[in-house]
Design a binder for this molecule. Structure first.
Ligand SMILES: Nc1ncnc2c1ncn2[C@@H]1O[C@H](COP(=O)(O)OP(=O)(O)O)[C@@H](O)[C@H]1O
Ligand SMILES: [Mg+2]
Length: 222
């Protein structure tokens, strides 16, 4: 499909390999070492026990593509080995979330709020869209208004600097990076994404698409 489109003069910004690097966490996580919590890929339940000491308990569990956060926080967190086995098994049963790979991660102490709509801790988390390493637009990630939403200029600079550092380690020209604040005040990468599948959250669509179009030189001056 990609080749057929290219032959017809339609050049996708992310080729299939680069798309997958943004989409499947285990393809990107080795490159993000040090910027994101320690992560172990588990494809077989027999490997759960050896993953636990690497990341520590409680651990965060997700699929290579998605977590099960829509079901509630307990589906994403394991405090014991049996819980870890259950969470990993559940993720592996869903190809939609895992494509055969569960990711077991160190649970980071994120600054967070609680809201009535979900038991998932609502982190101080921002999504940054970048094209070839340059931020296009960014905004608060969670769809709730509260005192976390605004960034000071110094914090904004920190978030964008981390997004640039992370993007420089990845190949996808067009991607999103989710960046969250630890209780210590430091910022970490939560996950990359590809913009076809990244929700806009608080990010205004028109400036984002205008900046991208300008960078692609498709709409000069508009
Ligand atoms: N290692 C972690 N430690 C603590 N919280 C995390 C960790 N990873 C993710 N989270 C929180 O859980 C949410 C969902 O995780 P994420 O990896 O983004 O899954 P999804 O692909 O479903 O969005 C994140 O937005 C973040 O707030
Ligand atoms: Mg996410």
């Amino acid at each position: 499909m990609y080749a057929a489109l290219r032959d017809r003069g339609v050049d996708l910004v992310n080729d299939p390999d680069r798309h997958l690097q943004g989409m499947e966490f285990d393809r990107a996580s080795p490159r993000l070492e040090g910027l994101t919590p320690t992560s172990v890929v588990v494809t077989d339940l027999a490997d759960v026990e050896s993953a636990a000491p690497v990341v520590g308990l409680p651990a965060f569990v997700k699929g290579a593509v998605l977590s099960r956060k829509h079901l509630g926080w307990r589906h994403c967190v394991a405090t014991t080995i049996p819980e870890l086995r259950e969470r990993v098994a559940a993720v592996l049963r869903s190809p939609f979330h895992s494509r055969g790979r569960a990711i077991v991660r160190t649970l980071a102490p994120l600054r967070h709020h609680r809201v009535a709509a979900t038991d998932v801790p609502i982190a101080r988390e921002y999504r940054v869209f970048l094209h070839r390493g340059e931020p296009l637009a960014h905004g608060y990630y969670w769809p709730y208004f509260h005192d976390f939403v605004a960034l000071s200029p110094a914090e904004e600079a920190e978030v964008l600097a981390l997004a640039r550092r992370a993007a420089a380690r990845l190949d996808a020209p067009l991607l999103s990076l989710d960046i969250a604040q630890l209780e210590s005040g430091a910022w970490i990468v939560i996950e990359p994404g590809v913009s076809q599948f990244s929700g806009l959250s608080f990010i205004a669509p028109r400036p984002l698409w205008r900046r991208l179009a300008e960078r692609l030189a498709l709409a000069p001056g508009s």
